[in-house]
Design a protein around this ligand. Structure first.
Ligand code: CU
Length: 177
């Protein structure tokens, strides 16, 4: 048992160093159709969406993101919690080997929290994606109007009624996903 644990530790160590050395190469993940949600000036938050494609034989994880328009940028998902769509922060978004994952309203998204500027339609939003192999990708996208995900049963209700916010986030300005 001990031996196995050691071997695993060595393996993990090796793969960690491996990714450090692999560091500066361009990301193997293709980004298609990126866009951000245009929001009124009063909105504190927004979100960015895109299709991530992985054409390699290895799963790739998006592990963090940053943006020039928000103070905080997180990776989020939506879960259906007993009929309530709730978004929560996730540690990573996996782009499966030879597959793709779509960041879209009601699902995975890059959450732009505490906007430093209004996001009007047509504005450019720069988002940097960081992957688990140490690679990064700068993505420039345009803000546009985005329909909210299927939440008919919550329509018109305030937070607390239908939409709850997870991950220690306050409900107040949290209308975006
Ligand atoms: Cu979110």
């Amino acid at each position: 048992m001990m031996k196995k644990t050691m071997a695993l530790a060595v393996l993990l160590l090796a793969s960690t160093f491996g990714s450090v050395f692999a560091g500066s190469h361009a990301s193997a993940v293709l980004v298609e159709n990126p866009y951000a949600r245009a929001v009124p000036p009063s909105a504190g938050n927004s979100a960015a969406f895109m299709l991530l494609k992985n054409q390699t034989d290895t799963d790739r994880n998006l592990v963090s993101a940053s943006s020039d328009v928000s103070e905080i940028t997180e990776l989020h998902d939506h879960i259906n919690d007993d009929g309530v769509m709730r978004m929560r922060r996730v540690p990573q978004i996996t782009v499966p080997a030879n597959g793709s994952v779509e960041l879209k309203p009601g699902s995975f998204h890059v959450m732009l929290i505490k906007l430093k500027q209004p996001l009007n339609e047509g504005d450019t939003v720069n988002v940097t994606l960081n992957f688990d192999d140490g690679s990064t990708q700068d993505v420039a996208m345009t803000a546009r109007k985005v329909m909210r995900p299927m939440m008919h049963h919550n329509e018109g209700k305030k937070c607390g009624g239908g939409m709850k916010c997870g991950g220690g986030m306050k409900c107040g300005g949290m209308r975006n996903e």
